[in-house]
Design a protein around this ligand. Structure first.
Ligand code: SAJ
Length: 416
């Protein structure tokens, strides 16, 4: 049992906060999770979860029933505070760190000398220093690293999460962790906390480098997906099967091209590169173009569907998958959603969605008369089959059912 931290508080109980809170609780640290979403709080307090993530339900259930995890809407005192709230962008791709500010201001009244505050949310460079100044402004009775360095009452660090949705539980334990303390002592204290459940390495650095490291990881992936997406558009023009092309090119020992798709979704890769672009617009040229290429990809797909639909009087279009990637329920920033919405708004045809991971469509689509149907029904009723997400159900289906249909496979699921 860890003696430095008997209690911890997680601010934000979403896709990152809840699993992290549950892992800490599984190591017998008393964890209070804080969220403004009363439904999430009530669900967790029943020992259940409000998100889809493999194996998380068992860990949360055990932590709640053994009394190590509890949720509430108001921050309470604890030895360590971890902040995992959203950092979206606003207007012209400018980062919106208002949730971090609200979280900081909400914990300020309950922090005490000796506490550790960790920011996990993906953030533009400088946000941790900003967080420290909000706390200092609200608590002049306490000292902070920017004022007293190693002697400060409060330790502050930036420790980005880097887990993959769908594999969160194992990656939380097995991935190396970057620990960006505002001072060396801050890094040591944060490492001590993470070491309660992380078996991989915790690597210390400063807060600004840790912030940039997180943005760099996701921008690296975005740029590489943009390369694959650009290849797919080039191959369409040249009448080459892009999936076969990539498979062959990847047989080179130093080539590893990612997979094209209908666009890049999720709340991370489609967002984080803009945090670099907005700070250094003149320098971040490749990163910006990659974002633009990936953002343009849904429109390439829409044009293909329109061309196919023009052959029918009232085209019936089955859209297979709505989530932003395979085998999860997360619809945030999903290119599949964007494509479905456009097809409907532009009156391209009757739209049927197959999404095995959700029980009802978002209200926007219900209002637009889009129907959620089974795979069997979609294949029976529709003329055009548009595959948008590579869910395992679509790999496993009987391919002969696609005969006589116009198939647009944006993920290469049926390419071989
Ligand atoms: N995608 C492609 N082609 C590919 C790989 C992905 O089109 O070859 C698309 C996906 O379909 C999806 C989007 O990219 O729409 C993002 O999916 P992803 O699996 O690449 O990443 P996320 O958003 O689920 O998680 C990423 C991860 N970052 C990296 O791999 C560098 C994860 O480790 C981070 O923790 C997460 O972002 C985050 O929270 O920042």
């Amino acid at each position: 049992m860890n003696k430095s931290f008997n209690s911890a508080s997680m601010i934000g109980l979403g896709y990152i906060g809840l699993p992290t809170a549950a892992m800490l609780a599984s190591r017998k640290i008393k964890v209070v999770g804080v969220d403004i979403n009363q439904h999430a709080v009530d669900t967790i307090n029943r020992g259940e979860i409000h998100i889809v993530e493999p194996d998380l339900d068992m860990i949360v259930h055990a932590a709640v029933s053994q009394g190590y995890l509890r949720a509430t809407t108001q921050p309470e005192p604890a030895d360590a505070f971890l902040i995992a709230v959203p950092t979206p962008f606003k207007g012209d791709h400018e980062p919106d760190i208002s949730y971090v500010e609200t979280a900081a201001r909400s914990i300020a009244p309950v922090i005490k000398a000796g506490d550790l505050v960790i920011l996990e949310s993906t953030s533009p460079v400088g946000t941790t220093e900003q967080l420290a100044s909000w706390l200092a402004e609200m608590r002049p009775d306490l000292s902070f690293p920017q004022q007293k360095g190693e002697l400060s009452d409060i330790s502050i660090a930036y420790c980005p999460e880097r887990v993959l949705p769908g594999k969160v539980v194992s990656e939380l334990v097995n991935n190396d962790r970057i620990i960006g303390g505002m001072t060396k002592r801050c890094s040591r204290r944060a490492t001590e906390l993470y070491k309660t459940f992380v078996t991989a390495e915790c690597i210390p650095t400063n807060a600004r480098t840790a912030e940039m490291c997180k943005l760099t990881e996701n921008s690296f992936r975005d740029v590489n997906i943009a390369f694959a997406n650009e290849l797919s558009v080039i191959c369409d023009k040249l009448n080459i099967n892009v999936w076969e092309l990539i498979r062959l090119a990847n047989r080179h020992p130093r080539v590893n091209i990612l997979q094209p798709g209908p666009g890049v979704g999720g709340h991370c890769i489609a967002v984080d590169p803009w945090f670099i672009v907005s700070k250094t617009p003149a320098e971040a040229r490749l990163i910006k173009v990659a974002r633009e290429i990936n953002d343009a990809k849904p429109h390439v797909v829409i044009e293909k569907v329109k061309a196919a639909a023009a052959k029918f009087r009232v085209p019936r279009i089955a859209c297979l998958g709505l989530s932003f990637k395979a085998d999860i329920d997360d619809l945030r920033e999903s290119p599949a959603m964007e494509i479905v919405e456009h097809l409907k708004c532009e009156g391209v045809g009757d739209i049927f969605v197959v999404e095995p991971y959700i029980n009802s469509l978002p209200s926007k689509l219900i209002a637009d008369n889009v129907s959620l149907v089974s795979l069997d029904e979609a294949l029976r009723e529709c003329d055009i089959i548009l595959l948008l997400v590579n869910h395992k159900e679509f790999y496993e289906m009987e391919r002969s059912l696609l005969m006589q249909k116009i198939v647009i496979d944006t993920r290469g699921v049926w390419a071989s």
